[in-house]
Each structure stands twice: as structure tokens, then as C-alpha cells.
Design a protein around this ligand. Structure first.
Ligand code: HEC
Ligand code: HEC
Ligand code: HEC
Ligand code: HEC
Ligand code: HEC
Length: 416
């Protein structure tokens, strides 16, 4: 309560500023007849879902964090654009809004504008938001009985939902505390399963039995790890308080180092050497999550002998292999009808891998290097060429590079 007088003061201050500068306009309004059809459509959409630029004015910290996250590029990436195209050209690709249901979820309220979303994504430099501020903070309810769960937006309301009961008032929007914002349900509506892979039935389950994991049983929601608590300004110039990190650490960021532990044992028996690797997943859900369908985590073994030359290499791949209706392998979940191989690391699972090879010769010691990484994109060559062509960085695009999770290097002496 001690900041009440201060918040009243701020309201007065905002009111004066509003009179001087014209209204604080979150909800569009400034449309002109000169706008082209698409721009009109976009303005109409942004009346209901204000663009993130509007929030940036007062929530600079949050905006800058979000801007570095993959969420801010959910309709930008070359892989998304190339696979969107593959979907739209596939026999089942009739529902134009489908991919956007999670990649730009405001399409749910504007399904007649799906082509605008497609054109924007295809442009490679969309001005339309994907998963931005309003796309989460206007969700009032998530229906977990549906598969995938269904978000309910409150359109036309000027209330933004969030975690605070004791929010400071402002003139741009009303605020309301909603428990949903500290619950996994909010995230599951996009992260649990994809409707495009509905043919897979139960196998269309991106996270696995996450609710049986140790972390979840001890009360941790998705936000605990993927929106870690920190202290900072929630709105510019406001008193510091507990806030939530909006960089959404995942493949990028420090959280990655907490994904798995590797235990490496090397046994030399004369001419034969055996390396046993225990891969302990510390993730309370599937690793990797299985959308897009090419997602993999790769365990690489590299044995380096004399002059650090590789004398043996092998790998294990954690992911899923899907086939389409014709029985052909596919990396597109929208074509998949069956999982023919599933090596995904289950929540909290420990997997033991053994590798055998001839003991390196002509050397006193050799190195055993074990690396766990997120794998690079895979798929049929025409698709990969399309991804390459869609990227300004070509083959240097991050999607073609593995991302290291953990690495162990051991130096092993040969002989007794
Ligand atoms: C409206 C749909 C939607 C909601 C709701 C949503 N996400 Fe996501 N999320 C996405 C999409 C789409 C991507 C992929 C963005 C990209 O890379 O194109 C993503 C990416 C991520 C990533 C990065 C994953 C990686 O591979 O590094 C994390 C972490 C994440 N989301 C966490 C969360 C958490 C935590 C919540 C709940 C607070 C949440 N998301 C709610 C759609 C959503
Ligand atoms: C139910 C929600 C949902 C739907 C529908 C959906 N996606 Fe995704 N998509 C996600 C989430 C969540 C992620 C992030 C996954 C992760 O990092 O584990 C993602 C990630 C991706 C990625 C990798 C990140 C990137 O942007 O390069 C691609 C590509 C992708 N989706 C393509 C598609 C395509 C194409 C469709 C339509 C056929 C589609 N998605 C439909 C939720 C969805
Ligand atoms: C994927 C969903 C998602 C997106 C996108 C998102 N938020 Fe949030 N936001 C949340 C959740 C969930 C919380 C509460 C987290 C908690 O308390 O554990 C939150 C908390 C907040 C808070 C209060 C705490 C703080 O960190 O200041 C503000 C303000 C906020 N968000 C503004 C924004 C703005 C502005 C954007 C766009 C730049 C944005 N959010 C994008 C889900 C999202
Ligand atoms: C005129 C400045 C201003 C603008 C513009 C603005 N906000 Fe806020 N917002 C605030 C202030 C001030 C708070 C209170 C912060 C606090 O209590 O520490 C707040 C609080 C919030 C909260 C927390 C609500 C709660 O009860 O937990 C969310 C979420 C939020 N804003 C989202 C947004 C989003 C999304 C946009 C853009 C559509 C936006 N804001 C635009 C000033 C603004
Ligand atoms: C106890 C911490 C923890 C909780 C709780 C948690 N995760 Fe994760 N998550 C991780 C770790 C660790 C990784 C792997 C390292 C990384 O990618 O940062 C990960 C990876 C991810 C990724 C990216 C990896 C991929 O394979 O695409 C997504 C998306 C994700 N989690 C979503 C979620 C969602 C949604 C929830 C809630 C249902 C959740 N996580 C709950 C720790 C957690």
C-alpha cells in the first residue's frame, strides 16, 4: 500500500502528458483511407492485438528481453517459411491458418485474414507480430480439456492479464492478476501437441509425461525454468520488484547447461576398448521436444589418438523417425501418420550407450571426447536448399549449425 500516493501522482502526470500529446493510443485508431488493403487488415488486427512496439514505450526491459528470444521471430525463420510453404503445397495443407495458430495466434480471431499472415511470413521481414506481448497477455483462459489446449482471448477488452495483484495503475491499459500466468497451462496451449500432427494420435505429444517428472511434482511450472525470476523494473521508472525474464531461455541461454549430465567410463581390454556413456537427462519433459519433426539431440563420440587425429567416431541420435501415408520417411509432422523409431530422451531418463573400437596404437594416451548437442536441421535436399535460399546467411544460418549442450573430454593412458 505504501506506493499508493505515488501511483496517484503518476496517474495525474500521465493525464497531463496525455492532454499535451494527444491520447495514449494502444489500440490503433490512427488508420487513414490511404492505407492499402493489407495495411488496413493489419491495422484492424492490431486494434485488437496492439503491436509490441506500443508496449515497448513503457516496458522497455521486457521488450528488449523478448526481442532476443526465439518467440519474437516465430514467423521469421527460414525454416518456418520453407516448411510453411511445404505444408501449404501438401495435399493436407488446406487450413491456411493452421501453422499460425501458435506461431501468430491472433490468427484465431481473424481466420479470414490468414492470407495476410502468410504473405507477411513469406516476405521474410514481417511487421505483423508472431508470439508477442498481447498474444500472451490477452489470454484469459486456457481450456486443458481440448487437445491441443485452446486459449480464450478477450477481444475488445482493454485489460491486460498478468501475475501481479499489486500492479501500479497506468493510463494505457487496465491490469488484472490471473493465476494462469504462473501456470504451465498458459504454455501448454502451444507446447503440448500440434494439430497438424493429429494423425499421430498419442504419439503427437511434444513433451511426454512431464507432469510425472520430479521437477513438476515438486511444484515447478514451465515459467520456473523458462522465465526465471529476477529483480528489475516491470515498467519504466517504476520501483524494482520481482519480474520474469522474457528471453525465454531454451536452446539459447544458460539453461542449456542444466539439460544433461554425461558420465564417461573407458575400459581397455587388450586390443579392444569400450566406452560407456551415461546420458542423464535433467529435463522434466522430452529432450528434444518433437516439433518440428526433424528436431534431434545428438551424442557424438570422437576418439583422438596420435597427434590428436581421430581414430574412431560414432554417434547416437535422439529423436523420432516418422513415415507418411505412403510409408516413406518424412521430416514433416503434417505428413506423418506413424512413428517408426523413437529414441527421444524421456523426462528425467538416464540412457546408457556403449561404443567398442580397436584400442588406438602407437600412442601412450588417447582422448575420448563426448559431446551432446542439438542437431542441425535435416530433410530432403530440395527442402534444405529452400531453407538455405530463404536465409540471408545461406548455409551459415544458425539452423544448419549444431548447438552444444555438454561436452566431456578424458585423457586415457594405454597399457597397464
Ligand atoms: C501462442 C503460442 C505460444 C505460447 C502461449 C507459448 N509459446 Fe513458447 N514458443 C512458441 C513458438 C511458436 C516458439 C518457436 C519460436 C521460433 O523459434 O520460431 C516458442 C519457443 C519457445 C521457447 C524456445 C525454445 C527453443 O527451442 O529454444 C521457449 C523456452 C518457450 N517457447 C517457452 C514458453 C513458455 C515458458 C511459455 C509459457 C509461459 C510459452 N513458451 C508459451 C509458441 C508459444
Ligand atoms: C500447437 C502449436 C503449433 C502449431 C499448430 C505449429 N507449431 Fe511450429 N512450433 C511450435 C512451438 C511451440 C515451437 C517451438 C518448439 C521448440 O523449440 O521445442 C515451434 C517451432 C517450429 C519450428 C522451429 C523454429 C523455427 O521457427 O524455425 C518450425 C520450423 C515450425 N515450428 C514450423 C511449423 C509449421 C510449418 C507449422 C504448420 C504446419 C507449425 N509449425 C505449426 C508450435 C506450433
Ligand atoms: C509466451 C507468453 C508471453 C509473451 C510473449 C510475453 N509475456 Fe509477459 N509474461 C508472461 C508470463 C507467463 C508472465 C508471468 C511470469 C511469472 O510471474 O512467472 C509475464 C509477466 C509480464 C509482466 C510482469 C513481470 C515483468 O517481468 O515485468 C509484464 C509487465 C509483461 N509480462 C509484459 C510483457 C510485454 C511488454 C511483452 C512483449 C514485449 C510480453 N510480456 C511478452 C508471458 C508472456
Ligand atoms: C503508458 C505506459 C504503458 C504502456 C504503453 C503499457 N503498459 Fe503495461 N504497465 C504499465 C505500468 C506502469 C504497469 C505496472 C507495473 C508495476 O506494477 O510494476 C504495467 C503493468 C503491466 C502488466 C502486469 C499486469 C499484472 O496485473 O500483472 C502487464 C502484463 C502489462 N503491463 C502488459 C502490457 C502490454 C502487453 C502492453 C502493450 C500492449 C503494455 N503493457 C503497455 C504501463 C504501460
Ligand atoms: C526444471 C526446469 C524445467 C521445467 C519446469 C521445464 N523445462 Fe523445458 N527445458 C528445461 C531444460 C534444462 C531444457 C533443455 C536445455 C535447453 O534447451 O535450455 C528445456 C528445454 C525446453 C525447450 C526447448 C528444447 C527443445 O527440445 O525444443 C522447450 C520448448 C521447453 N523446454 C518447454 C517447456 C515447457 C512448455 C514446460 C512446461 C510444461 C517446460 N519446458 C518445463 C528445463 C525445464
Amino acid at each position: 500500500m505504501d506506493n499508493k500516493p505515488r501511483s496517484n501522482y503518476r496517474v495525474v502526470e500521465f493525464a497531463i502528458a496525455a492532454v499535451l500529446t494527444g491520447f495514449i493510443c494502444l489500440y490503433g485508431g490512427g488508420t487513414s483511407e490511404a492505407l492499402a488493403q493489407d495495411a488496413k487488415g493489419q491495422a484492424f488486427i492490431e486494434k485488437a492485438f496492439p503491436h509490441s512496439n506500443k508496449c515497448k514505450r513503457c516496458h522497455e526491459r521486457v521488450f528488449e528481453e523478448w526481442e532476443t528470444s526465439p518467440l519474437s521471430k516465430s514467423i521469421h525463420s527460414p525454416a518456418f517459411r520453407a516448411s510453411l510453404d511445404a505444408y501449404l503445397n501438401s495435399p493436407g495443407g488446406k487450413d491456411k491458418a493452421l501453422c499460425f495458430r501458435c506461431h501468430a495466434p491472433h490468427v484465431r480471431e481473424f481466420s479470414d485474414q490468414a492470407q495476410l499472415f502468410i504473405d507477411q511470413a513469406k516476405s521474410g521481414d514481417p511487421s505483423l507480430d508472431g508470439v508477442a506481448c498481447a498474444q500472451c497477455h490477452l489470454i484469459k483462459q486456457v481450456d486443458r480439456a481440448k487437445h491441443p489446449p485452446d486459449p480464450k482471448y478477450e477481444i475488445g477488452s482493454k485489460t491486460l492479464y498478468g501475475p501481479y495483484k499489486d500492479f501500479v495503475q497506468n493510463l494505457a491499459h487496465q491490469s488484472m492478476e490471473l493465476g494462469l500466468f504462473q501456470k504451465s497451462d498458459l504454455c501448454l496451449n502451444c507446447h503440448q501437441s500440434v494439430p497438424s500432427a493429429a494423425n499421430l494420435g498419442k504419439a503427437n505429444d511434444l513433451l511426454g509425461n512431464w507432469d510425472q517428472s520430479q521437477a513438476v511434482k515438486s511444484g515447478k511450472e514451465c515459467q520456473h525454468c523458462h522465465m526465471p525470476e529476477q529483480v528489475g523494473e516491470s515498467a519504466n521508472g517504476e520501483k524494482k520488484r520481482k519480474v520474469a525474464n522474457h528471453t525465454f531461455p531454451g536452446r539459447l541461454g544458460k539453461l542449456r547447461q542444466e539439460a544433461a549430465k554425461l558420465d564417461v567410463q573407458t575400459k581397455i581390454e587388450g586390443d579392444k576398448t569400450t566406452v560407456t556413456v551415461k546420458v542423464q537427462s535433467l529435463v522434466p519433459h522430452h529432450l528434444p521436444a518433437t516439433h518440428p519433426a526433424w528436431a534431434t539431440v545428438v551424442l557424438d563420440l570422437d576418439v583422438k589418438g596420435k597427434n590428436l587425429k581421430t581414430v574412431f567416431a560414432d554417434k547416437r541420435i535422439y529423436g523420432r523417425t516418422y513415415v507418411d501415408a505412403k510409408g516413406q520417411k518424412t521430416v514433416f509432422d503434417f505428413e506423418a501418420v506413424k512413428v517408426v523409431d523413437d529414441t527421444v530422451l524421456k523426462p528425467d531418463e538416464t540412457r546408457v550407450e556403449t561404443f567398442s573400437f580397436p584400442t588406438p596404437k602407437d600412442t601412450k594416451t588417447f582422448d575420448v571426447e563426448v559431446t551432446l548437442s542439438y542437431g542441425a536441421i535435416t530433410g530432403p535436399p530440395p527442402f534444405l536448399q529452400r531453407v538455405e535460399a530463404e536465409s540471408s546467411q545461406g548455409l551459415q544460418d544458425p539452423v544448419f549449425q549444431p548447438i552444444e549442450i555438454v561436452k566431456r573430454v578424458e585423457n586415457i593412458p594405454v597399457g597397464k
